[in-house]
Design a protein around this ligand. Structure first.
Ligand SMILES: O=C(O)C(=O)C[C@]1(C(=O)O)C=C[C@@H](O)C=C1
Length: 283
């Protein structure tokens, strides 16, 4: 079985994919859209992508691409502790305070913004497609005054030194990853269902449209634990809504009824599916 992940090797998504799949051939893609696109186009059956972090919230690139450009099912979710490290070349001669550039994925930079403001006020902050790409760039750079922010695994993979450990803004930092597939039947049926995720849009001229849609869940006692609005990319002020629902398998008929009710109100629903949540202990 082949599984796509956001690479190169050493990224948080790489570790998440290794945790989830003990016996798969892991294939690295250079960006989140490239990873989702490969699954959507049937190049590879399964992919692993980050969807939400404790500090920085939703990974918009993932959500937007899944909503606008793909039609995939979530097979499962993995929640993993995330600890950010400041990584530099081992043989460098430059002090921390003299750093000129710091590279990382925007999520990792955002998770470490208090550290960057306090310790690296002079450094240019440069976004990369993954933390592991940032580490690789630092390892290959001839400039000693550059650093990357990323996981411990990147230090090992690219032979970099951890100059400062655990630099994220809060210690109990976690990221949710979704296991996505172009084949919904690849979900492991022996795992219990814990959550469902779906997106919907409502007609513009319906007063209280969002409240009506949410009522479809609340009167059925379906427990929403997240709602997020994102631009529909049509006109300013038009949105789609993502909701996560905590539920058990016996509530699936109620969920189907709630989605029917939204459609009856003139809304459109895009289902991502029902899935089990794996939690990696740590921090
Ligand atoms: O760049 C990486 O290492 C990733 O796997 C991406 C990603 C993310 O997009 O959220 C994954 C987990 C962390 O929250 C930081 C970065």
């Amino acid at each position: 079985m082949k599984v796509a992940y956001l690479g190169p090797k050493g990224s948080f998504t790489h570790s998440a994919t290794q945790e989830y799949f003990s016996n798969a051939e892991l294939v690295s893609y250079g960006s989140i859209p490239a990873c989702i696109k490969a699954v959507a186009q049937g190049e590879i059956p399964i992919g692993v992508v980050p969807i939400e972090n404790t500090i920085e919230g939703t990974v918009n690139l993932t959500l937007d691409y899944l909503y606008h450009k793909a039609d995939l099912a979530i097979l499962g979710e993995l929640v993993m502790p995330i600890s950010q490290q400041l990584l530099m070349k081992k043989d460098r001669s430059v002090e921390l305070a003299k750093l000129t550039k710091v590279y990382s994925h925007p999520q990792a930079l955002a998770q470490s913004q208090e550290f960057i403001a306090e310790y690296l006020p002079e450094a240019r902050v440069i976004a990369t497609d993954s933390t592991s790409l940032a580490a690789e760039m630092v390892a290959n750079s001839h400039d000693d005054s550059v650093a990357a922010i990323g996981p411990v695994a990147c230090g090992q993979e690219y032979d970099l030194e951890i100059v400062k450990a655990d630099i994220q803004d809060i210690s109990h930092n976690k990221t949710r990853f979704w296991i996505i597939s172009n084949q919904a039947n690849l979900r492991n049926d022996s795992e219990s269902i814990e959550k469902a995720s779906l997106c919907f849009i409502m007609p513009n001229n319906l007063p209280g449209a969002l409240q009506k849609a949410l009522t479809a869940f609340s009167w059925r006692e379906l427990n929403l634990n997240k709602i997020e609005s994102r631009p529909l990319k049509t006109t300013l002020g038009e949105y789609f809504f993502l909701i996560d629902i905590v539920l058990e398998a016996n509530q699936l008929p109620l969920l189907a009824n709630a989605m029917e009710e939204i459609q009856y109100l003139g809304g459109q629903v895009k289902q991502f599916g029902c899935y089990h949540v794996h939690r990696i202990k740590g921090l």
